[in-house]
Design a protein around this ligand. Structure first.
Ligand code: HEM
Length: 412
């Protein structure tokens, strides 16, 4: 199938033709773009919408991606579609993740960040992924869900295994291939069982964590089933863990690549937020999301038939020259329009939490890690897919300041 129901119009005279763009899309979805997917993503965007098959459309401009995210006649289409989207669940979960609730978590996040830095100070260097990026969101999510810290390693392994389920794959099989997809399904089953047990325990003993509160959600006398509550727990871990970890390590990497920003954040902790937003724009943890058209649509002039699967390349949309004159340049100036947390009805519930964790890390990293710089070796990425994240990022330092330095007010 060469092109879909709407024959593709090339948007740029210099852009690749449709067949070339389709080849690039297949490479990207197949994870075959190395550690820098952006040249390929930029080429794809230049071609305009790409029909991979009759019923599979890839969108990559800012206007198309935003229109598809906000279109009401669409539904999320990834394997682990969000159980929180149901209106009453969303209301209950919204409270747990509201700006106020997240501000209340700031002292906990600060303490956790200082604990992590204390634990590596004697070593004199740190590995940003395993020392900071993974343990912090796991500790915060475990706190919210009331899970014991001793389960962190077990949960980490399963949460990491879930990632391939987010990928559409060229033929909908997952970019990492059927073997990894099987691993992902097994992790999902194990997590469902784990959370089912956690829910049952709370039903017997009560509690004040998010799962306990979800059990008590009562909408017109109708209760959530325990299975539904358990699947919310599993989903929150899947949606919030690796994504936040990728944002934390990506933000540290951004600082190391632009060392002048380290001084700026140290002097003006509020600037950490700009670095985080620009990281979300230039190197978003979720590179793409999926939508299924539930009616015939017109997306900025592109007709899309009901049932079509749309892959929205957010990472390409963020570098759309329609938005900035030098969209490939890291410029944390407070003007970083991005869709890294989605938009519209399914906008990310955990965005305030992810931002809090990443900003807090940057504030303390610039204060406590003295003379930070890349250690030998280049940062390595995990296999590409919807979720982009560093596998390891070693940082050398001249030393580590103690935790008694004052924190800025208000919290990052
Ligand atoms: C940097 C970290 C994160 C990124 C980049 C991210 C990204 C996203 C994106 C792009 C969406 C929209 C998906 C779509 O439209 O299909 C989304 C939805 C969602 N995210 Fe996040 N997320 C992050 C952290 C979190 C955290 C920490 C949590 C919770 C613990 C969370 C929970 C959710 C939920 C529940 C939804 C679905 C909302 C709905 O469908 O109504 N996310 N996220």
């Amino acid at each position: 199938m060469e092109s879909g129901p709407s024959t593709v119009r090339l948007l740029s005279g210099n852009g690749p033709d449709h067949e070339e763009a389709r080849g690039l899309v297949l490479r990207f979805l197949g994870g075959d773009v190395g550690s820098d997917p952006y040249p390929v993503l930029n080429r794809i965007r230049q071609a305009g919408p790409v029909w991979v098959r009759d019923d599979l459309l890839v969108l990559s401009s800012r206007a198309h991606c935003e229109a598809a995210l906000r279109a009401t006649d669409t539904a999320p289409a990834s394997a682990g579609a969000c159980p929180v989207s149901a209106a009453r669940l969303r209301r209950a979960a919204d409270r747990a993740f509201s700006a106020d609730a997240v501000t209340d978590l700031a002292p906990l996040v600060r303490r956790l960040v200082d604990d992590r830095l204390d634990s590596v100070a004697a070593r004199g260097r740190l590995e940003a992924v395993s020392d900071l990026a993974h343990p912090l969101p796991m500790a915060v999510l475990s706190h919210l869900l009331g899970l014991p810290a001793s389960d962190a390693q077990w949960l980490h392994r399963r949460a990491v295994a879930l990632a391939p389920a987010l990928d559409p794959g060229p033929a909908g099989t997952g970019t990492a291939g059927p073997a990894n997809l099987a691993g992902s399904r097994q992790a999902e089953t194990e997590l469902e069982a784990y959370f089912a047990e956690a829910v049952e325990r709370r039903r017997r003993n009560g509690g004040d964590d998010l799962l306990s509160r979800l059990i008590r959600v009562d909408d017109g006398g109708e209760r959530l089933t325990d299975a539904k509550t358990a699947s919310v727990g599993r989903f929150l871990l899947g949606a919030g863990y690796e994504t936040t970890a990728a944002l934390v390590s990506g933000s540290v990497l951004a600082l190391l690549r632009a060392p002048q920003e380290i001084d700026t954040v140290r002097k003006d902790p509020g600037h950490a937020g700009h670095v985080v937003e620009e990281t979300l724009r230039l190197d978003p943890p979720l590179q793409m999301v999926q939508r299924r058209a539930s009616a015939d649509l017109d997306l900025c002039g592109t007709p899309v038939a009901r049932g079509t699967l749309m892959v929205l390349l957010l990472a390409a949309a963020h570098r759309d020259p329609a938005l900035a004159s030098s969209p490939d340049v890291f410029a944390p100036d407070g003007a970083s329009p991005h869709l890294a947390f989605g938009a519209g009805r399914h906008h990310c519930l955990g965005a305030p939490l992810a931002r809090l964790v990443a900003r807090t890390v940057l504030v303390r990293f610039t204060q406590r890690v003295l003379g930070p710089r890349f250690a030998l070796g280049s940062p390595s990425y995990r296999p590409a897919g919807a979720l982009r994240g560093l596998r390891a990022l070693w940082v050398d330092a001249d030393g580590f300041a103690g935790r008694d330095l004052p924190w800025p007010e208000p919290p990052a």
